[in-house]
Design a protein around this ligand. Structure first.
Ligand code: FES
Length: 59
């Protein structure tokens, strides 16, 4: 599935399964490795990103 999104002000399009967590789209598809994997269960906050100005867990 092709998905279009804005990342750091740039429009990007990636092919990913619709159940792929945003974290892996950012890290594996877009090579944006600043977003870290920690617990993987929305508890530690290591994967936090801003979506429309609000913090969300990307895992
Ligand atoms: S990896 Fe811990 S909250 Fe996402």
């Amino acid at each position: 599935m092709s998905v279009s999104l804005q990342v750091n002000g740039k429009s990007v399009s990636v092919d990913a399964a619709d159940d792929t967590p945003l974290l892996w789209v950012l890290r594996d598809e877009l090579k944006l490795t600043g977003t870290k994997y920690g617990c993987g269960i929305s508890q530690c906050g290591a994967c936090t990103v801003l979506a429309d100005g609000a913090p969300i867990r990307a895992c």
